[in-house]
Design a protein around this ligand. Structure first.
Ligand code: F6P
Length: 518
C-alpha cells in the first residue's frame, strides 16, 4: 500500500519532527496557562489528563482531521449498528450490543446466553452443595474474568471460592485441584471456538479427576460456554451457555464468559458492569469527535506510534485490584492492532500499535521506573489512579495517589543534579510523556466504563491505521507447529525440521544434562 501523501499526513509528519526533537513540556506549561484544561477530558466514571503528552491542540486538530479523512464517523456507526467490521471472518463485532439494556436488545437471541448465564450464576450462588468453582479458559476466555474478579474482590458476595485455570502447563490445574473436593466443585469450560488446545486438555483432565474421585457421570458438575454448541455437546457436556459468534474472544467478558464474575458479584453487580460499559458506549457513540475520550486516546496512540515512532506504552494501575489489567490490555490491544497489513491484506506503510506492558504501582516503581526515568528511550506511560479506596487503612491511599502523581510529574519535569550530587547519574532528563486516568472509585460500573473505553480506543486507532481490529490470524502458525512438534516429542522424529528445532528436540529426548562439576 502506498503512503497516502495527503496534506494531512504530510502536515502531521512535519509537526512530529518538531514535537520529537524540540518541543518541551515544561515550556509548554509555562507558556500555556490553559494547557491542562485544553488537553483533559471527562467521560462516564472517569477523567483523563492528556496534557503531559508530546502534543498540543493543533496536533490534536490535525489528528481529528486525519480520523475524519479515514472515515471514523462512518466506521463508528457501522460498528455500533452491528454491521460487518471484521471482513476476514465476515462478522460484526457485537460486544457493545451485549451492554444495551433497552428493549432493542433485551429479547434477542444474542443476549439469550447472557440471560441464561445470570440465572445460572444466581442458582450456583444459592447452592449449599457448591464450595468451589473452577473456570477453565484462556486468552479472551480467561483474562477478562481473572482481571475483573481481582478488581471487584470487595464486591464479592458469594460464599464460594472461584479459581481461574488457563495454562496448558499442568501445574496450573494440578495445584488448583489439590485443594478441592470433586463432589463440591463445579467447572466452567469457556472456549468460543471449542478448539483451543489448552482449554480442552484442562477440561478433559478436570473431567478425569472427577471420574477418578468416583463421580460416574460428572456432566452435572460442568457447564460449557461457547459459540460452537455442537462441539461442547459432543464432548458430553449437557449444559452449555451460548456466546454469539459476533463477539470476539478479547471482547467477551460481557457475555456468558463472565459467569465466574457474575457468581462472585451477583447478577445485579454484573448488570452494573454492563451499565457502566453502556454509558461509555453512549459517550463514544454520541460525543462529537473533538470531545470524545476514546477518540482522543486512540489518536494519541496513533500519534505516539506512527508519528513519534515510540515503540511501546507502559500502563501502571495504582490499584492492587487492577494488577492483571496490563495483561488484559495486552491481549485487547496487541491481538487487535498488532498487524502490519490493512483490511485488504496490503502491507501498511506506517508503524502500528505499540508494545503494551506494565505492572501495578507502587510495586513497579521499585522495578522498571529507573528505566522510565533515566533509560535511553522515551516511553509514553499511562497511570491509572482511583480517588476513593474500598479499605479504610489510615494513610495508605493518599501516599499511593501521591506516588502516582509524583511519577508523572518527575517524568515531565526531570531534574538537574545539584552541586553536591553526582552529575549525570543524578540528572533526570524529563520531558517524558504520560497520561493520567482518574476513576472516582473502582466499582462494577466504573470498571465496565474503563474497559469499554479501552475497547473503543483500540477500534479508533485501528480505523486510522486501516486495520481489521477483530481478527487474529497471527496466532495460528504457532498453534499448528505445536501440534506437529507434540507428535514428534513422542517419536523423536526430527526429519525435515530446521537445525535449531531439531537440536532442541534431540536435547529433550536425551535427558543427559551436563553434570554440575563437584
Ligand atoms: O490466542 C488466540 C485466541 O483465539 C484468542 O483470540 C482467544 O481469546 C483465545 O485464543 C481463546 O479462544 P477460545 O475462546 O476459542 O478458546
Amino acid at each position: 500500500m502506498q503512503h497516502p501523501n495527503t496534506d494531512i499526513w504530510h502536515g502531521l509528519g512535519l509537526q512530529a519532527t518538531e514535537y520529537a526533537n524540540t518541543f518541551d513540556l515544561r515550556q509548554a506549561f509555562a507558556s500555556q496557562p490553559g494547557r491542562f484544561a485544553a488537553l483533559s477530558l471527562s467521560a462516564p466514571h472517569l477523567r483523563a489528563d492528556l496534557s503531559k503528552n508530546l502534543w498540543d491542540t493543533p496536533v490534536l486538530s490535525g489528528l481529528l482531521s486525519l480520523a475524519e479523512s479515514r472515515g471514523l464517523d462512518s466506521r463508528r456507526a457501522a460498528l455500533l449498528a452491528g454491521e460487518v467490521v471484521n471482513p476476514t471472518e465476515n462478522r460484526p463485532a457485537l460486544h457493545a450490543w451485549l451492554r444495551l439494556n433497552h428493549a432493542q436488545a433485551a429479547g434477542h437471541e444474542w443476549t439469550q446466553g447472557l440471560r441464561d448465564m445470570l440465572a445460572l450464576a444466581e442458582a450456583w450462588r444459592a447452592d449449599p452443595q457448591i464450595d468451589d468453582v473452577v473456570h477453565i479458559g484462556i486468552g479472551g476466555s480467561g483474562l477478562g474474568p481473572e482481571m475483573a474478579l481481582q478488581a471487584l474482590q470487595p464486591f464479592k458476595t458469594c460464599r464460594q471460592r472461584i479459581h481461574i485455570v488457563s495454562n496448558l502447563d499442568g501445574h496450573d490445574l494440578d495445584q488448583t485441584l489439590q485443594r478441592l473436593q470433586p463432589a463440591r466443585t463445579r467447572f466452567v469450560v469457556a472456549s468460543k471456538s471449542w478448539s483451543t488446545a489448552e482449554t480442552l486438555r484442562n477440561a478433559r483432565s478436570a473431567w478425569d479427576w472427577c471420574v477418578a474421585a468416583g463421580l460416574a457421570d460428572p456432566s452435572g458438575h460442568f457447564v460449557g460456554v461457547t459459540s460452537r454448541l455442537e462441539r461442547a455437546d459432543a464432548m458430553g457436556l449437557t449444559r452449555v451457555l451460548h456466546m454469539p459468534e459476533g463477539v470476539g474472544g478479547r471482547f467477551s467478558l460481557w457475555s456468558a464468559v463472565g459467569l465466574p464474575l457474575a457468581i462472585a458479584i451477583g447478577a445485579e453487580g454484573f448488570r452494573q458492569l454492563l451499565r457502566g460499559a453502556a454509558e461509555m458506549d453512549a459517550h463514544f457513540a454520541q460525543a462529537p469527535l473533538p470531545a470524545n475520550l476514546p477518540v482522543w486516546l486512540g489518536l494519541l496512540d496513533v500519534w505516539n506510534s506512527t508519528f513519534l515512532n515510540l515503540p511501546s506504552r507502559c500502563v501502571v494501575p495504582y490499584h492492587h485490584g487492577l494488577r492483571r489489567l496490563p495483561a488484559y490490555l495486552q491481549q485487547l490491544e496487541m491481538e487487535s492492532n498488532g498487524k502490519r497489513v490493512d483490511t485488504q491484506g496490503r502491507p501498511l506503510p506506517w508503524l502500528t500499535t505499540a508494545a503494551l506492558w506494565g505492572e501495578v504501582g507502587s510495586n513497579s516503581q521499585h522495578a522498571f521506573f529507573q528505566w522510565l526515568h533515566q533509560g535511553s528511550q522515551r516511553v509514553p506511560t499511562e497511570l491509572l489512579l482511583v480517588r476513593r479506596p474500598t479499605h479504610d487503612l489510615d494513610g495508605h491511599h493518599d501516599a499511593l495517589l501521591a506516588n502516582g502523581l509524583a511519577q508523572a510529574q518527575a517524568l515531565m519535569l526531570g531534574a538537574q543534579a545539584g552541586a553536591d550530587q553526582l552529575a549525570g547519574h543524578q540528572d533526570f532528563p524529563g520531558n517524558r510523556p504520560s497520561t493520567v486516568l482518574l476513576l472516582e472509585e473502582l466499582s462494577p460500573a466504573s470498571l465496565g466504563a474503563l474497559l469499554a473505553l479501552y475497547e473503543h480506543r483500540v477500534f479508533v486507532a485501528g480505523v486510522v491505521w486501516g486495520i481489521n481490529s477483530f481478527d487474529q490470524w497471527g496466532v495460528e502458525l504457532g498453534k499448528n507447529l505445536a501440534r506437529d512438534l507434540e507428535a514428534r516429542l513422542g517419536t523423536g522424529d526430527a526429519s525435515g525440521l530446521d537445525g535449531s528445532t531439531a537440536g532442541l528436540l534431540e536435547w529433550l529426548q536425551r535427558c543427559d544434562y551436563p553434570a554440575v562439576p563437584a
